[in-house]
Structure formats: C-alpha cells, structure tokens
Design a protein around this ligand. Structure first.
Ligand SMILES: Nc1ncnc2c1ncn2[C@@H]1O[C@H](COP(=O)(O)OP(=O)(O)OP(=O)(O)O)[C@@H](O)[C@H]1O
Ligand SMILES: [Mg+2]
Length: 378
C-alpha cells in the first residue's frame, strides 16, 4: 500500500511561511505531479514527506500512520533527486545495492533484487561499470534503481529528468510511465516541464506561494482551470487575457463586451457579475485567422516557426507582445503584417475580479471524466 494524506501541513523557515496548510489525499498507486513557479514550495513539501525536513504543523499520514516523528528510513519512501547522488567509486551494482547493504540484506537476496531492478531499467549490461562511464540518462536510471530495490510504498521524484537533453527526457518519460504501470507504486513527481506533468500525471497539484491553487486531472486543469493563476500556468504558450465588461447574464452564460464587440461565454454566471470588469481568457491554440465571435486586429512582432506549428507573438492595441497565437505550421504570417485574430465564445474562459473562474460548460466529449485517471487505483 502507499496512501498518503497531508493534513493541514505547514512549513515555516523563521517567520517565512513556505507552505500554508496543504491538504492533499493521494491514493495508492496514483501518479501525482507537483508543479508551480520556482520557490513555491514543491521541494520543501517533498522533503517533508520524505522526512528530510521537519513539519512545522499538520500531519503527514502514510497508510493510516502519522509519520511526522519517524525518521526517513522508517517511512517506506524512496526519493530520487535531480542530481543523481551516485557514489563515483562504486560500480552500478553497488550503487543500486547500497540501501540493501545498509539493511545488511543477505547476499543472494540482494543480488536478485539488484538484478531485477537492473533488468527493469535496462541496466543489466552495465552492472560492473562505474557511474563515470554512463550517460546522464543511464546515471538517472541507476538512481531510480536504488529507489526500486527498497520497494518503497511511495516514490518521490524531484525534477529527476531536468539534467537530461530533450531526446533523453522524452525517452525517460516513457520509461518512467512504464515503470509506474509495472510497479503499481504511488509516485509523487515534481517537474517544471509541462509535457511531463500533462502526460505522466493521474493528477496534477498546482502550487502557488505555498498554497494549492488547484488539484485535478491534467485535462481538467487545461479545460477547467479554477482560477486565473492555473489558467496562466497550465498551457504553453500561456493563455491570453483581455479585460471585458459583463453586460448580461442568462441561461446561455455571461455576455461580455470587449470594446464594442460582444460575445456570450457558456459558463455558469453569478448574479453579481453584471457590470463587473472580468477577465476573458483564450488559449493561443484557440485563435483562428478568420473572423470569430469577436475579431481582433493584432500585429505580430516575433514569429516562431516550429514546423508543425507557427507561434506568433503579437501586439494588441499597441502593447508589445501581449498577445500570442499558435497557428498551423505552413501559415503565411509575417512580422509587422496585421492579422485578423478570431476568438469563439466556446473556447473562452472568464474570471471575476478576484481571479476566480466562472465554471465553463465544456462538452464532456472533450473531457470524458471516466477516462481522466486511468492508472489510479481506487
Ligand atoms: N533551508 C531553508 N531555509 C530558509 N528558506 C528556505 C530553505 N529551503 C527553502 N527555503 C525557501 O522556501 C521556499 C520554497 O523553496 P523550495 O525549494 O521548496 O521551492 P521549489 O518550489 O522547489 O522551487 P524550484 O522550482 O526552484 O525548485 C523558497 O522561497 C526558498 O527560498
Ligand atoms: Mg525545487
């Protein structure tokens, strides 16, 4: 088993509150990814779960047992860091075997465990080599092997792939997803990489300033961000935001005005919305080069041709690069040539003055709730 419950977990460094009453329930076998801006407390939270940092208040509960006062080795947790933390003078075999040596495991059993981990991680041919002879990806696999042999209830990963080049990261991402399926272990994974978060997670926890901004399945966060912070954080390039005035609400949603153009966004209104200045959000990938429910003229300043897509960073109303559109790869756009950017109401998000989203009425065919968490075990 590997259930984790964080109950009002807080962390202070002196007077500085790094984590503010974090509440989170992780199911056995779930793959949970923590994301958030640098310094928001991701590593601190992971280290507290591992027992490497003390908890200032609240409870850390693993499989029903409060572990706040247990030392790291007694928590049934293994942590893999960005820096592989391998012993350079030891062979791959001995690096993987290290925690078992500490436990004084009998040689035959130890050998079987190390060989099994090496097979899972495709390191069988490397066992007698030293870390210095390995690539970054292979070294990270050794570090993961060292975690696997401990058979932890919960794996904690702190940006394990961030030292690897793009191709290796993509390979390791797939390897880790397979490993999760194979071991069926609970995994908590910190990353800065949106693709890793979106593709690996059963559930993403977005942290901001030591608070959970939203927890949800990747597509739930993408389609239904609960607030402007998550809307801007999930998705790349970032969502565009425009100030609008709410002029009416109805069963169809909220009608808003942007400089004389109106559109009705299918979202659940709140009665006090009328008259308020709201923020309309639309993702770059939802901009069309044609008229939409509202149409804007924007002037691209930078065009990035990525092959499959073209990203135009443009200015709206003379403000530099405050608007972004992700367009088809072969589109004939040029810097300084004005574009017609069409926005359709169904693609829009709306946020109130406090940045809280009005719940979107998105088609469930886009987000089939039954398919959101395929690998989480109830
Ligand atoms: N030992 C410490 N003493 C004082 N402050 C600390 C200590 N460790 C971390 N902090 C502070 O706590 C905050 C959270 O740090 P943490 O390392 O958890 O951030 P993070 O989300 O992992 O960031 P990054 O994405 O850059 O790794 C930061 O403001 C950091 O300066
Ligand atoms: Mg960190």
């Amino acid at each position: 088993m590997g259930q984790l419950f964080l109950n009002k977990v807080q962390k202070f460094y002196g007077d500085f509150e790094v984590l503010k009453s974090v509440q989170l329930d992780v199911k056995n076998g779930e793959f949970v990814v923590f994301v958030g801006p640098s310094g928001c407390g991701k590593s601190t939270l992971l280290r507290m779960i591992a027992g490497l940092d003390e908890t200032s208040a609240g409870d850390i509960v693993i499989d029903g047992v409060r572990v706040n006062d247990l030392p790291p080795v007694k928590r049934g947790i293994a942590m893999v860091f960005q820096s592989y933390a391998l012993y350079p003078h030891m062979t791959v075999f001995e690096n993987i075997a290290f925690p078992l040596r500490v436990e004084k495991m009998e040689e035959e059993k130890l050998k079987a465990k190390v060989e099994n981990a090496a097979r899972i991680l495709h390191l069988d041919q490397r066992l007698q080599q030293k870390p210095g002879m390995l690539s970054g990806g292979q070294r990270q696999r050794v570090a993961i092997g060292r975690a696997i042999v401990r058979e932890p209830k919960i794996f904690l990963f702190d940006e394990p792939l961030s030292n690897l080049d793009a191709a290796l990261r993509a390979d390791m991402r797939i390897e880790l997803a397979k490993l999760h399926r194979q071991l069926k272990a609970t995994m908590i994974y910190v990353t800065h990489d949106q693709v890793e978060a979106m593709t690996m997670a059963d559930r993403i926890v977005v942290l901001n300033n030591g608070d959970i901004a939203q927890t949800g399945a990747p597509l739930e966060l993408y389609h239904k961000p609960a607030n402007i912070f998550v809307a801007g954080f999930i998705g790349n390039p970032k969502m565009n935001f425009l100030p609008v005035i709410c002029t009416a609400i109805s069963d169809a949603g909220l009608t808003v005005d942007y400089k004389g153009q109106t559109l009705t966004v299918p979202a659940t209104p709140r009665p006090d919305a009328v008259g308020q200045t709201l923020t309309l959000g639309v993702r770059p990938e939802h901009i069309h080069l044609a008229s939409g429910d509202i149409s804007l003229t924007v002037v691209p300043s930078v065009i990035e041709r990525l092959g499959a897509q073209t990203v135009a960073y443009a200015s709206l109303d003379g403000e530099s690069e405050n608007f972004c559109a992700t367009l088809p790869g072969s589109v004939g756009v040029r810097p300084e040539q004005p574009l017609l950017a069409g926005i359709n109401a169904v693609d829009c998000h709306l946020f109130d003055e406090a940045g809280i989203a009005f719940e979107r009425r998105v088609e469930l065919t886009d987000i089939d709730m039954t398919l959101l968490a395929p690998t989480a075990l109830a």
